[in-house]
Design a protein around this ligand. Structure first.
Ligand SMILES: Cc1cc2nc3c(=O)[nH]c(=O)nc-3n(C[C@H](O)[C@H](O)[C@H](O)COP(=O)(O)O)c2cc1C
Ligand code: SF4
Length: 686
């Protein structure tokens, strides 16, 4: 199909200093939990984005010197020449498709605790490091500043040798030493590097010029800068020093990559911000520079992208998450297939891999991070290896993904869903406050299978062991989901919670089905992801007085991994939810509950009409028990029906089943690994 001419503007080449991007799609820097430790995985992931049409593909933060070491975080590294080949592999893959490779060089200073290198970190002024390590960053003297500038130049030269076309100076997110110098609240110096904005910007200006002098003949020099820190006058604002800085350095970099800070504001989730949430902050930038500008804001709509270019907000459509959810987004627009775009749902599961030092994962794109180690391509899949037929019971995220991927392989698939709608838990949960974009996870898949003549979908079709046997498919896949338990069994109470018969106990499933409380409610969150906080929020919207209780020390503690914890706690506090942390719920009575302090064991009684238990889910797997498996070539449980987890895990499970059906299986590790090469002599003396 030909692309819609409305989108032509997105495919215009744009010059960035000495290089030219083939279109306006720009993958801004994003870490991926693979970086230097799983370099083939990282390179394959970036290469596929080039194949998918992104004209510029950047690295994540790259450490430039051992005195700013982010270990154990798996970012990029250019400490010496030994680090060049890893990044060269990435550049080679990107160049195969005529895209440009960008390197985000960074000296992280007080943001890095140097746990591996054991060097003393540095900062503009003496300060504890940002993590809770018992360690201070020491104030840089003039020779430290000269050294840091030289290290940046060395790294820029190495980046050029690795094959990069764009070299970054990073002054974003308050994650770099140049941004710490810029900062009025971190820089307490009284020399020419402190005080006025001109002085605080001196190091940035010098590093930019050094980089241009070193590599500017063939590489573009980009500046990533957060124009607003959303801290009011204490930090940068887009009307104050953020704007002044852009005006001051307007023509110095070859490209402005602008956003807001801190990281959780920049990568805000859909629960809190909609597409385009940064536009108002960055729109001034193009008015004060003639250099190209890239900005971000979870852009997935081609129409929104066109208006950003046409109304003079941006030259490049920057994307981290939209490029993760759909590495082929540009190509789909180019080929006139916009309805095939797998839109990011804004859940930030992608951030969780990086936070935990393991390869990136994505709710929408089950192949993310699996490109090299499993050979999974986001758009291509091996054709079927037999004419076997498959019956999938359950049209939630796992069942839908399984049907879609099997259908793509050419299998004849029947999907039976007992309710009147596809989507399962996604359809239910996206009714919760702020989660409407999550519906994309089922909408995308429902649309895909609606286009396939070999996938037959039946709604309002509850299946029994007998009807499954009568249906007579070769393979049966059970994707019947899971349900929250009302017993209180969970992490903190493995034997459940003592409950009076007269007590009113609800689960998230009950709340999602429309039940509520006619008096004060206690929400007990022993799950720690989004559900407990959201149930509290929903009940508050229903006008219920809510007490949120958790054994953790804060609300929804796992959501640090999705950058949401702070925002969730603020939201609950602002809604008037009473929060009790570090307490277990030990007993539920007719008109109240008994809590125990997790430290002292001291008991507290609370009055309430309803207690909502958010502790764990049990698989809905009765069919697995009652089916006569000898009648089929295989019976397999996938997603929550097998092991309740995230929506991302359910989709991954459905996808994995589809990839593996009919393929040889073994007891071996199901993916390729990147093992360390042993270096030099053991205990070699210097
Ligand atoms: C998983 C992930 C990792 C990121 N890592 C980096 C990074 O290493 N350096 C950086 O400057 N920004 C990083 N970011 C921020 C993105 O570059 C981007 O500015 C932000 O996500 C907003 O863009 P988006 O809405 O297109 O995702 C990261 C974002 C995500 C989601
Ligand atoms: S994990 Fe969620 S936020 Fe991240 S790219 Fe995928 S869909 Fe988007």
């Amino acid at each position: 199909m030909a692309r819609d001419p409305r989108y032509d503007v997105l495919f215009e080449p744009v010059k960035i200093g000495p290089v030219t991007a083939r279109n306006r799609f720009y993958q801004v820097p994003h870490c991926n939990g693979m970086g230097r430790s799983y370099p083939s995985s990282m390179a394959a992931m970036r290469r596929i984005k080039a194949e998918g049409g992104w004209a510029v593909i950047c690295t994540e933060e790259i450490e430039i010197h051992h005195s700013a070491d982010h270990s154990p975080w798996m970012g990029g590294r250019l400490w010496d020449d030994g680090d060049i080949p890893v990044l060269a592999r990435m550049c080679d893959g990107i160049h195969e498709f005529d895209s440009l490779a960008g390197a985000e060089l960074n000296y992280a200073g007080m943001m890095s605790a140097n746990r591996y290198s054991r060097q003393a970190p540095m900062a503009p002024s003496h300060t504890p490091v940002a993590s809770f390590d018992p360690l201070q960053a020491r104030e840089m003297d003039k020779s430290d500043i000269r050294n840091m500038r030289r290290w940046h130049v060395n790294a820029a030269r190495r980046a050029k040798r690795a094959g990069f076309d764009i070299v970054y100076v990073y002054a974003g997110h308050q994650l770099s030493t140049v941004s710490h110098f810029l900062s009025p609240y971190r820089n307490r110096r009284s020399d020419e590097y402190g005080g006025s904005l001109e002085n605080r910007a001196r190091l940035l200006r010098e590093v930019l010029q050094d980089t241009k002098d070193a590599v500017g003949d063939t590489c573009a020099v980009a500046l990533r800068f957060s124009v607003d820190e959303l801290m009011g006058d204490i930090g940068f604002t887009s009307e104050g020093e953020g704007r002044d800085l852009v005006e001051m350095l307007a023509e110095v970099p070859d490209l402005w990559d602008v956003n807001i800070s801190a990281w959780e504001n920049d990568s805000a989730t859909s629960r809190f911000k909609s597409q385009g949430y940064q536009d108002d902050y960055v729109s001034f930038v193009k008015q004060v520079t003639t250099k190209p500008v890239v900005g971000v804001g979870r852009y997935t709509s081609p129409d929104a992208m066109v208006s950003l270019v046409k109304n003079g907000t941006l030259d490049f459509i920057g994307a981290a998450r939209p490029s993760i959810a759909d590495p082929f987004l540009p190509k789909k627009i180019e080929e006139g297939r916009v309805e095939d775009i797998r839109e990011c749902i804004g859940c930030n599961i992608c951030v969780s891999g990086d936070h935990n030092f393991v390869p990136i994962r994505c709710t929408q794109n089950p192949t993310m991070g699996e490109e090299w180690r499993r050979g999974w391509h986001p758009e291509r899949i091996a054709p079927k290896s037999s004419d076997d037929t498959v019956l999938i019971v359950g049209g939630g995220p796992a069942g839908l993904e399984c049907a879609s991927a099997l259908g793509q392989r050419g299998y004849t698939v029947t999907l039976a869903e007992k309710s009147s709608e596809l989507g399962g838990r996604v359809t239910n949960e996206c009714q919760l406050p702020g989660l409407s974009e999550w519906g994309r996870a089922s909408d995308y898949r429902a649309y895909q299978i609606s286009q396939m003549t070999n996938v037959h979908c039946y709604l309002e079709s509850p299946m029994t062991a007998q009807s499954i046997a009568e249906f007579g498919s070769d393979h049966v896949v059970l994707a019947t989901g899971a349900r929250w338990v009302a017993s209180g069994i969970g992490r903190e109470n493995p034997m459940g919670i003592k409950t009076s018969e007269a007590a009113r106990v609800l689960t998230p499933d009950d709340i999602l089905a429309g039940q509520t409380s006619n008096g004060p409610a206690v929400v007990f969150d022993d799950d720690h992801y989004y559900m407990g906080g959201l149930i509290a929020e929903k009940l508050r919207h229903d006008g219920v007085d809510v007490i949120y209780v958790t054994p953790a020390t804060e609300v929804s503690t796992w959501t640090h991994n999705t950058l949401e914890q702070h925002a969730i706690q603020v939201r609950l506090l602002e809604l008037g939810v009473k929060i009790i942390t570090s307490h277990n719920l030990n007993e539920i009575r007719e008109n109240g509950v008994v809590l125990h302090c997790g430290y002292t064991g001291k008991a507290t009684e609370l009055e309430c009409n309803v207690c909502v238990l958010v502790t764990m889910r049990n698989p809905v797997d009765d069919l697995n028990v009652t089916l006569d498996v000898s009648k089929f070539k295989s019976v397999t449980r996938i997603g929550d029906c097998f092991a309740p987890s995230t929506i991302a895990a359910a989709i991954y499970s459905g996808h994995g089943y589809a990839r593996e059906l009919g393929e040889p299986q073994s007891d071996g590790v199901p993916f390729r690994r990147e093992l360390p090469a042993l270096a030099g002599d053991f205990l070699q003396e210097k």
